[in-house]
Design a protein around this ligand. Structure first.
Ligand code: CA
Length: 440
């Protein structure tokens, strides 16, 4: 795990005033990485670091000679349109650049005059995927979500017996992953009505979101060489917010025997900013497994996992319907949960994924699975909040929802807080459901 160092010091202030404001997601202690350009321009996308309400253009800063010594090579690797080359360098390089950025952006920095010309306000930016995602795997790490959904699909057998032993996952598709702001059409698919003997093809009537944390891999592993649990954190670059949009009626018909397929691969959305594991170090907490549950097999268990394997990340889901947007009504919060309640940790996901020798590569994305807490209001998907569509949710403007309607925009937020540390945030990930294309 990343140790605390001077970059986490809560007393640090930046010469960028907005980074010091109460409630900002991007104080100088955060320094998340993303890929941006001036909105509606033909500029090349390039690597940036969020600081307050602005973005530091890392390649422009590099050209200005700001990064020297051990920070020079990682900064050079950031002179690209994706983070992959930087991610491949490994945790000492990530740490060196973070330290250099922290020093350069601090009050009193000698490089302020140069860096002032390397900033773009976030309000004037558009984003691309932070990395080229070669492979994407989605896990299922919330036992509360697995149990709630299992009850709806298999009332007599909600939690499969392997769940408490295996960090369950499936291989998804990276081609349909987009960055925040993504909009997509309501997917078509095969569904079967209750009691019917024959399915039909048509627009999904049960489009849902899934509140997930995305894990971007840094250095990978050679095919055949597993990543041990206690090494996993050195291979993980950082975390983002992730919406794994799902068509529940398609899923219910297709998911057995091989798992989700077309119900999941029509769109998935990541937040533009990747918060490094090093930035998250102050928010680590003990990973716990209830004593009356099976304890993990030895390759998925360690002292450091037990001491600090979980991450305290508060997560929120918000909705803005088309009517709310037209009337200027602010988005409404649907639920909130916390990533620390995950049944399996990030390190367990990595160790399990590679235990058979499977190789992970820089920029690969792991989804955490829907993060639901134990309470009904902590559900991370509509299928749980509405109990399979049986109990509609009333929104403050009088609209009701069971599943998503055309024009709905779903927004996730994430943040970390702890006494003695500065609050950091993930920004947000949003996406909009458009009407189905006409069936031909
Ligand atoms: Ca999922």
């Amino acid at each position: 795990m990343s140790a605390l160092n001077e970059t986490h010091n809560p007393m640090l202030h930046s010469w960028i005033a907005s980074a010091n404001e109460e409630g900002t997601d991007f104080p100088i202690q955060n320094l998340p990485f993303g890929v941006f350009r001036r909105a509606s321009s033909m500029e090349d996308f390039r690597v940036g670091v969020a600081i307050g309400n602005t973005i530091l253009d890392v390649s422009a800063a590099h050209a200005g000679g700001v990064f020297t010594e051990t920070a020079a090579a990682p900064a050079l690797a950031c002179c690209a349109s994706t983070l992959n080359a930087f991610m491949a360098l490994g945790s000492p390089a990530w740490s060196s650049l973070r330290m250099a950025l922290s020093c350069a952006l601090r009050e009193g920095s000698g490089t302020q005059a140069i860096l002032q010309n390397c900033l773009l306000p976030q309000a004037q930016a558009e984003y691309a995927l932070p990395a080229h995602i070669g492979d994407y795997t989605d896990f299922y790490t919330s036992i509360h979500h697995a149990t709630n959904v299992g009850k709806l699909l298999r009332p007599d057998n909600p939690l499969m017996p392997n769940y408490q032993w295996v960090p369950i996952g499936y291989h998804g598709r990276s081609s349909s992953i987009g960055v925040s702001g993504q909009s997509f059409h309501r997917p078509l698919g095969q569904t079967i009505a209750l009691g019917a003997t024959k399915p039909v093809l048509g627009p999904s009537k049960r489009v849902d979101y899934e509140l997930e944390v995305g894990v971007f891999m840094g250095t990978g592993n050679v095919l055949g060489e597993p990543i041990a649990l206690d090494d996993a954190d050195h291979h993980v670059f950082g975390l983002c917010l992730f919406n794994d949009w799902s068509a529940r009626d398609v899923q219910g018909w297709e998911y057995q025997p091989l798992g989700p397929f077309l119900s999941k691969n029509f769109a998935s959305t990541v937040s533009p900013w990747v918060v490094t594991l090093e930035a998250l170090a102050p928010y680590r907490c003990a990973w716990q497994r209830p004593l009356d549950h099976p304890q993990p097999l030895p390759y998925l268990d360690s002292r450091s996992l037990r001491e600090s394997g979980a991450l305290n990340i508060a997560l929120e889901v918000w909705i803005e319907t088309a009517i709310m947007r037209v009337r200027g009504i602010a988005p409404h919060r649907l639920s909130a949960s916390n990533f620390r309640q995950a049944y399996w940790s990030v390190s367990q996901m990595v160790a399990h994924h590679t235990v058979n020798g499977c190789n992970l590569c820089p920029g690969d994305l792991l989804g955490s699975g829907t993060q639901s807490g134990p309470l009904p209001q902590e559900a991370g998907a509509l299928i749980e909040l509405t109990q399979g569509g049986k109990h509609a949710i009333a929104l403050p403007n009088g609209e009701i929802r069971t599943f998503l309607e055309d024009g709905d925009r779903v927004i996730f937020k994430g943040s970390c807080q702890r006494e003695g540390a500065v609050r950091i945030g993930f920004g947000e990930v949003s996406g909009t459901l458009l009407p189905a294309r006409t069936v031909t």
